[in-house]
Design a protein around this ligand. Structure first.
Ligand SMILES: *Cc1c(COP(=O)(O)O)cnc(C)c1O
Length: 384
């Protein structure tokens, strides 16, 4: 068999298991009401939690950034690609999170790869929650450190692993908000374990930044914690509505990443116009509390509306509200029935989530109205 024939057979097998992934074509900006494949839909698919992805003020800032800096950075940060806008954004992110220094990466995937492989290597150990985002797993594998996973939020299991490791440098890595479940990691307890067992804690706040804590300052603010054992990472393409990510912590940490994080060094700097746009996004995140209040109201409405429905919402106090369906085919069929009624809600299947836990990942945005949630609830109730 040729490579191409083998690939075609593998794709056919995926089809048979209901695991073939297909892309829809988005023809409008990302928001609650979108145009997709030539048709209008109400969508619950994005991570644009605050509804900023097409905010006119941020669009204007991006245009202004393009006028000022052009479209491409043209070089990596360490050559001549580190623009004033990048630098200004790093200072703003450090101030916003209350940490000494922040370092900007082009994507969250790259930030995780960069920070984990810069901090640990052979002879060290990484401990990871089983439900962590794929980028954290890939980062741990790339680092060549011993990689141990513990069951979701199982602090006792983590402690056993920490007690038995011979590794000198120990790094615990978790999603602060789990991307497919919407629950918040017990960060204060994890931190306490790290202090007791001489480990460091990296939290990936992709889904908490902008959403949790006073003024959207994220999961650290949500819990009111601060520690030099904590390394903070968050992304800027979700609630912040643009693109990119950052790692924040001590000056020594940030400066070491500049020297050693390969996904920072060996890549073209992200366009400075995006950093410029993010300065405006950050101000909106800080000032417009109504967006977080709206998210809270929408989640309450959804939970009330689905009481007694045949599927159960997983317990979540974040805009990620997964509806547990179970089988892959069932989840796909439910998602397809909703699409037939003009509602887009993605079916999430293995390997993204464990076998038997296929779900609809309902994600709420401040761009949704109460009437949008009511429409989803009524469609779910009568398709049941
Ligand atoms: C989305 C996500 C990432 C990747 O961030 P990108 O900027 O999209 O590359 C990393 N970690 C978590 C938990 C995420 O949800």
């Amino acid at each position: 068999m040729t490579l191409h024939a083998e690939l075609a057979a593998e794709l056919a097998a995926r089809d048979g298991e209901g695991l073939r992934r297909r892309r829809r074509l988005l023809e409008s900006p990302q928001r609650a009401h979108v145009r997709v494949d030539g048709r209008d839909y109400l969508a619950f698919c994005s991570n644009d939690y605050l509804g900023l992805a097409s905010d006119p003020r941020i669009v204007a800032a991006a245009k202004e950034g393009a006028e000022r800096y052009g479209v491409g950075a043209g070089a990596s940060h360490l050559i001549l690609g580190h623009a004033a806008a990048h630098h200004e954004l790093e200072a703003a992110l450090a101030a916003f999170t209350g940490l000494p220094q922040a370092l900007l990466f082009s994507t969250g995937y790259m930030a995780n790869m960069g920070v984990v492989s810069a901090l640990v290597g052979r002879g060290d150990a990484v401990f990871a929650d089983r439900l962590n985002h794929a980028s954290l797993n890939d980062a741990a594998l790339l680092s060549r450190a011993a990689f141990r996973r513990f069951s979701h939020n199982d602090l006792a299991a983590l402690e056993r692993l920490l007690l038995s490791t011979p590794a000198r440098r120990r790094l615990v890595i978790v999603d602060a908000v789990f991307s497919m479940d919407g629950d918040i990691a017990p960060v204060p307890d994890l931190l306490e374990l790290c202090v007791r067992h001489d480990a460091y804690l990296l939290i990936d706040d992709a889904h908490g930044f902008g959403v949790l804590g006073a003024q959207g300052r994220g999961t650290m603010a949500h819990f009111g914690i601060r520690s030099d054992r904590l390394i903070y990472m968050a992304t800027l393409g979700k609630a912040a509505g643009v693109s990119g990510a950052f790692v924040a912590g001590s000056e020594a940490l940030a400066e070491s990443l500049v020297q050693q994080a390969r996904t920072y060094i060996y890549t073209t700097a992200t366009p400075p116009l995006l950093a410029h746009a993010l300065l405006t996004s950050l101000k909106i995140i800080e000032q417009e509390q109504w967006r977080r209040e709206r998210l809270h109201e929408l989640a309450q409405r959804l939970k009330q509306g689905l009481q007694g429905a045949p599927w159960r919402l997983l317990p979540s106090d974040t805009p990620i509200q997964p509806l547990l369906v179970g089988g892959n085919a069932e989840a796909l069929a439910l998602s397809a029935r909703l699409a037939g009624e003009g509602l887009l809600v993605p079916a999430i299947r293995p390997p993204t989530v464990p076998q038997g836990t296929a779900r609809l990942r309902i994600s709420l945005s401040a761009d949704h109205g109460i009437d949008d949630v009511d429409r989803l609830v009524s469609a779910l109730r009568h398709t049941a």
